[in-house]
Design a protein around this ligand. Structure first.
Ligand code: MG
Length: 231
C-alpha cells in the first residue's frame, strides 16, 4: 500500500475548486421558473455559500407553497442541470489557484481524493469538468441530496471512499477542504481535519475563528499544503 494511502482528502467545489461567479445561482433560479412559472424566485436573504442544493430546493418550494416531493425534485434536478450546462462556459468558470496541482499530488502520493459538496452529483461533475477534472480525479463523494445537512455528508463521503478504495479511514486522517464555516463544521463534528481556503466569501481569519485547523488564502503553496495534509 502507498505510504499515504491511509489519508483521505475531501474537496468542496464552489469557492474551493472553482468559482462560477453567480452563473450557477442564476441557472438554479431559471430552473425554478421553468418548473413552476415565473413567481419572482429569489435567494434574497438566503445564505447560498456552503448550503446544500437539496435544501435550497426544499426551502424554495416551501416558501412559495409549491410541492417538494421526490418526483418534482428529480424534475428540478434535470432542468437545473440543463440550465447549468448552457450557462457555464469555460470563460464563466474560474479554477482556483493550485487546485489541479494539489489534487494531482495527493493522488500521486496514494491518498484517497473525493468530493464533499452541496452540489447535486450531476451538476457537481458538470462544474468540475469545465476546469479540467473528471470522475477519475474524484471517483466518489457526498453530494447535495445525500442528507439534510452538510454534517450528514461527512460519514457518507467516508463510507463511499471506503467502499470505492477497499480500505477504511480513521477520521483523524480525513481532511476536508472548503471555503465556508459549514465546511469547517462538517469536518470538526466528525473528528476530521479542516483546511479552510480564502477563495470564497470568507477570509482565512474567519475560517480559523470557525475552527479550521489551518486556513490559507488559496491552495497555491503546493509543498506546504501537501506536507500539512500528509504529515
Ligand atoms: Mg464552497
Amino acid at each position: 500500500m502507498d505510504a499515504h494511502a491511509r489519508n483521505l482528502v475531501l474537496f468542496d467545489i464552489d469557492g474551493t475548486l472553482l468559482r462560477t461567479e453567480g452563473a450557477g445561482v442564476a441557472a438554479m433560479l431559471r430552473a425554478f421558473s421553468r418548473l413552476h412559472g415565473e413567481r419572482g424566485f429569489s435567494f434574497e436573504g438566503v445564505e447560498i455559500a456552503g448550503a446544500l442544493d437539496g435544501l435550497l430546493f426544499a426551502r424554495m418550494m416551501a416558501q412559495h407553497g409549491l410541492p417538494g416531493d421526490e418526483g418534482t425534485h428529480a424534475e428540478f434536478q434535470r432542468i437545473y442541470a440543463d440550465e447549468l450546462a448552457r450557462a457555464l462556459t469555460p470563460s464563466v468558470v474560474r479554477r482556483m489557484p493550485g487546485t489541479t496541482e494539489l489534487v494531482g499530488a495527493l493522488r500521486d502520493a496514494g491518498a484517497g481524493v473525493g468530493l464533499l459538496t452541496g452540489n447535486y452529483e450531476r451538476t457537481a461533475h458538470l462544474k468540475i469538468a469545465l476546469v479540467g477534472f473528471d470522475r477519475t480525479h474524484f471517483p466518489f463523494g457526498a453530494f447535495g441530496a445525500d442528507g439534510p445537512s452538510r454534517r450528514h455528508l461527512t460519514p457518507v463521503a467516508i463510507e463511499r471512499a471506503a467502499a470505492h478504495l477497499g480500505r477504511s479511514f480513521d477520521p483523524a486522517r480525513v481532511t476536508i477542504i472548503g471555503d465556508t464555516p459549514h465546511d469547517i463544521d462538517c469536518a470538526k463534528a466528525h473528528g476530521c481535519r479542516a483546511l479552510g481556503v480564502g477563495t470564497g466569501p470568507y477570509s482565512p481569519e474567519r475560517l480559523l475563528a470557525a475552527g479550521a485547523d489551518l486556513a490559507v488564502a488559496d491552495l497555491a503553496d503546493l509543498a506546504a499544503i501537501r506536507g500539512w495534509i500528509l504529515r
